[in-house]
Structure formats: C-alpha cells, structure tokens
Ligand binder design. Structure first.
Ligand code: ADP
Ligand code: MG
Length: 211
C-alpha cells in the first residue's frame, strides 16, 4: 500500500533529500544559468541547500510548517541576491498554512505549492510565460489541486511531472524578467535555470516519497 502521508521525521528527511539533490545538480544548474544569465545559479543553490542541511540537522522540529520555514530562512540568509529572496519566499510562503501540522499529505502539498506560487509571484512580479521559475511552479500548483485526494507519493509524482513539463516548456519562451530579459529572442531554446531547480526539488520529493 502506498503511504497516505509523511510524518514530521519523514518530511524532514524528504527536505534533506531535496537539499542533497540540488547540491548534486550544481553543474546542471550552472550550465542552465550560463546559457541565459550569469552562471551563478548552481553555486547559489548549492550554498543555500548546504545551509539548509546544516540548519535541519542542528534543530528539532515538531510540525511540517517549521521544517519548510527553516528551509526558507536558511536559503534567504545564505544565498543573498534576488534568487535567495525568491527561493526563501517560496519555502516560507509555502510553510504558512502548515504550522502545527503533524503530517504532510496531498492536501498539505497543494497548500504548500499554491501559497509558494502566490508568494513568489507577489515578491518577484513574474507571471506564467515570463520564462522564470514560475513556469515550473505554476503548473505544479495546478496539478497539486487535482491531486488532493491521492496518496502523497502519487500526488508528488504528478506534481514532479508537471514541474518537469513546465521546465521543458520554458525552452520555447522569450525571457521578459531577470537577467535573461536582455537576450530577448536569443533566450529561446534553453530552459530557465530557476525552472530547472523547481523540477529537481519536486522530483526529489517524489523520489523520497516513493521509496
Ligand atoms: P541572478 O538572476 O541574481 O543571477 P540566479 O542565477 O540564482 O540569480 O537565479 C536566476 C533565476 O531566478 C532565473 O532562472 C529565474 O528562474 C529566477 N528569477 C529571476 N527573476 C525572477 C522573478 N522576478 N520572479 C521569479 N523568478 C525569477
Ligand atoms: Mg544568475
């Protein structure tokens, strides 16, 4: 039987797995940002997720929201720059409705992604189609709303596929936000680096929940 939900300690391990997968993907994220930006996204995310691992290993957690909130705080304080603020906002906005929740189920997953998506759009001002992380996050949010009744592993699998498909769709888009904006039509043909990170984050969650 697939698990319906993850408890606090399983959720903590899930986020640590996400952090390790992002750290491991540094060369992929560096290449993606080199194609469209200044090439620092991989190193920035690696630094952020190293700080996340340290924080999650040194503190104790009694609910799901505080795990995601600590993740966002660690990213914000260690990464700096626009993407530190944006990824920090993603996890901290996502944590909002999960305070005091002892389980992470597919309903909490959709609350997490929907608030994360709203938070990042409000903070950064990007919308779907601008060729940013929103192009992976927004389809993931929509998919999570359709997956609210599923066991957590199945919901995460659907969300990860939606984020990956959003990342792939971002290849065809013209950048209108961030550093890639200056490339105009030359930005077509490469996926957005932040969208690549989003796809890795949800794929790592799905991998953890289905193992
Ligand atoms: P920087 O652009 O400061 O070099 P990074 O390279 O770490 O920061 O991150 C770049 C990523 O940040 C982009 O690929 C894009 O996904 C995301 N991004 C940039 N600006 C915005 C924005 N306004 N809203 C959402 N995401 C954004
Ligand atoms: Mg960059």
């Amino acid at each position: 039987m697939p698990k319906e939900s993850l408890d606090v300690s399983e959720s903590l391990e899930m986020v640590k797995h996400v952090a390790r997968k992002i750290i491991e993907a540094e060369p992929i994220l560096t290449d993606a940002d080199r194609n469209l930006g200044d090439g620092d996204h991989g190193i920035g995310m690696q630094r952020g997720m190293t700080a996340v691992l340290e924080k999650l290993e040194s503190e104790s957690f009694s609910d799901i929201g505080s795990i995601f909130n600590a993740t966002g705080m660690a990213m914000m304080s260690s990464m700096g720059g626009a993407s530190g603020a944006l990824f920090g906002t993603l996890f901290r906005s996502g944590a909002k409705n999960l305070a005091e929740k002892p389980v992470f189920d597919s309903l909490s997953l959709s609350e997490f992604i929907v608030s994360a998506n709203e938070g990042v759009q409000a903070r950064g001002g990007a919308s779907p189609g601008d060729k940013t992380m929103i192009d992976a996050l927004d389809p993931a949010a929509n998919e999570s709303l359709k997956s609210k009744e599923l066991p957590i592993g199945k919901a995460l699998e659907a969300v990860a596929c939606a984020a990956e498909s959003g990342r792939d769709q971002s290849k065809g888009m013209i950048a209108t936000m961030g550093r890639a904006k200056t490339l105009g039509e030359k930005s077509v043909g490469h996926p957005d680096a932040g969208a690549c990170s989003i796809a890795i984050i949800f794929r790592a969650m799905a991998e953890f929940a289905n193992n």
